[in-house]
Design a protein around this ligand. Structure first.
Ligand code: UDX
Length: 493
């Protein structure tokens, strides 16, 4: 059956395949909505583990994921949700053992192809699949796209600089920068200036932390190098950044075979500004914190969240707590049940009682709304890329406390390149050392009440403006997304 869009052209149908982790799913859910409002039909494929958690977390029916596909079709939505087993047993600790998850995902190709083939005829209102948008870390989609004879669009969920460093990881092995020698990395002899794209010189510790393994037979080390080989072979490249932040060259450098490469972010922002909720949280969002924020002074609250995966030792959590208390500011702290290594989060004795007049603890927050709230003046963050983009888009400066992956690069760039925040000198590269309360308090005070902090606030407000410009009609990311849809239409013939 040939389905036409409103202009009478044959409609596009995208399959979107995220890596099964919160930040990745969020970014691609936002892309799904932006494509759907441009007339593209979308089949969104989560792993079963992710799908069940999103449905459970959004029981109140807010999320599109919690509606069944028929209901979505009846409401005129062009998005449907499918899910696929990730190959691991149900009780596997997926986030604590990411290596096994990644290896399992690399073998998902045949199951994904079966799922898509059997879904083709099931939804009569969906046209044939025309392209696959794959998270850059889902190499299993390569064979699927080849077998289905559709373009494979690689989506980078990291900033362009981190994406370039990962895309060229095998080259960095040949240049001797990988494996990263952690003992020399703090004061490196050589910066990495051999990468294309006019990205700022990198320190070895800016590379994905998985390359710090001194044993090249380490499973994650090998898995990321394997992904890197596949990441340079897309038919189209999309990046969740904006040209005004990182430049066009860094994005273009991600195309090694001349395929088009475009910046289309911050993806959540146009949905947010236009009031579309693409909630895909893995935990239920505690909206009550917004009412609490309403009662605080403008710009006074420190928002604390370490994202969806990072864990901290009990001792480190205690020092962060005491530093927050010492800062004298009100704070809103997201304490996931699994934030403390190996146990439920434990705060210092009497801490909650002492701070109850100016602190609120939640398990999971509606983060973009929190950052957009006028009471929030600072974000103490693990520097995940989505959190970093959300913070700059809302004009909130950051204090970075990275944990793994690309977070070290995001944190350093926030401090040294974009100049929108600070970090802790004492963050140990092999994560053994504890940042003490005096340092936490000192950095928070510098950000909240010194001219240095004010300067970073001014810088982030400028970025907020350019991010909004990029995603609104006529802006660089908005136009790039239109170009992408047009190119996909042409490639369909
Ligand atoms: C992971 C990696 O850690 C990150 O470095 C990489 O860039 C993307 O994948 P994650 O740890 O989940 O992501 O961090 P981040 O990228 O910041 O994404 C977290 C997402 O969860 C954000 O979209 C944020 O808005 C959301 N969030 C976080 C909430 O909605 N509520 C919360 O309480 C905390």
């Amino acid at each position: 059956m040939n389905i036409m869009n409103q202009k009478g052209e044959h409609a596009l149908h995208a399959v979107i395949v995220p890596t099964p982790a919160q930040g990745h799913v969020n970014a691609l859910m936002n892309l799904a909505q932006l494509l759907a409002i441009r007339g593209v039909f979308v089949t969104f494929v989560n792993t079963e583990w992710i799908h069940e958690r999103v449905v459970e977390a959004s029981k109140k029916g807010k999320s599109l994921v919690s509606k069944d596909n028929l209901e979505l079709e009846q409401q005129g939505w062009r998005i449907r949700f499918l899910s696929i087993p990730d190959g691991l047993p149900p009780n596997h600790g997926r986030t604590s053992n990411g290596a096994e998850l990644m290896v399992s995902l690399q073998k998902l190709g045949p199951a994904l192809e079966d799922l898509l083939s059997s879904a083709q005829g099931k939804s009569p209102s969906f046209p044939p699949i025309t392209f696959i948008v794959t998270d850059a870390f889902m190499s299993c989609t390569e064979q699927v796209a080849t077998n289905m004879s559709v373009p494979r669009v690689i989506f980078w969920p990291l900033c362009a600089a981190a994406s370039v460093s990962q895309c060229y990881a095998n080259f960095l092995v040949s240049e001797g920068f990988i494996p990263v020698n952690v003992s020399e990395a703090k004061n490196p002899e050589k910066l990495i200036i051999c990468l294309p794209g006019n990205i700022p010189p990198l320190k070895p510790t800016d590379l994905l932390s998985f390359y710090r393994a001194q044993d090249p037979s380490d499973i994650l080390f090998k898995a990321f190098l394997y992904e890197s080989q596949k990441q340079s072979k897309g038919d189209y490249i999309l990046v969740n950044t904006f040209e005004e932040l990182e430049g066009k060259d860094a994005v273009t450098a991600l195309s090694l075979n001349g395929s088009p490469a475009l910046a289309i972010g911050p993806l959540f922002l146009s949905n947010f500004l236009e009031g579309r909720d693409s909630c895909s949280s893995l935990w239920e969002e505690e909206e009550c914190c917004l009412t609490w924020l309403d009662m605080q002074q403008p710009g006074s609250v420190i928002y604390v969240s370490f994202g969806s995966i990072a864990v901290k030792s009990e001792q480190q959590l205690e020092q962060v707590a005491l530093g927050l208390e010492g800062s004298g500011q009100p704070f809103l702290w997201v304490l996931r049940l699994d934030i403390a290594e190996g146990q439920a989060a434990i705060l210092p004795e009497g801490f909650e009682e002492r701070t109850k007049k100016r602190a609120l603890f939640v398990r999971w927050a509606p983060q973009a709304k929190v950052l957009a709230h006028a009471s929030v003046g600072l974000f103490l963050t693990h520097s995940g890329w989505n959190s970093t983009l959300e913070s700059m888009s809302m004009g909130v400066p950051v204090v970075g406390f990275p944990y793994f992956g690309d977070q070290f690069l995001n944190c350093r760039f926030a401090k040294e390149v974009w100049k929108i925040g600070l970090d802790f000198e004492d963050v140990d590269l092999d994560d053994q050392k504890v940042v003490m309360k005096e340092e936490v308090e000192g950095v928070l005070r510098r950000m909240m009440s010194t001219p240095e902090g004010k300067k970073m606030r001014d810088n982030v407000l400028r970025l907020k403006e350019s991010a909004a410009k990029a995603v609104l009609p006529g802006g660089s990311s908005f136009l790039n997304l239109n170009t992408f849809v047009k190119d996909m239409t042409m490639s369909k013939g």
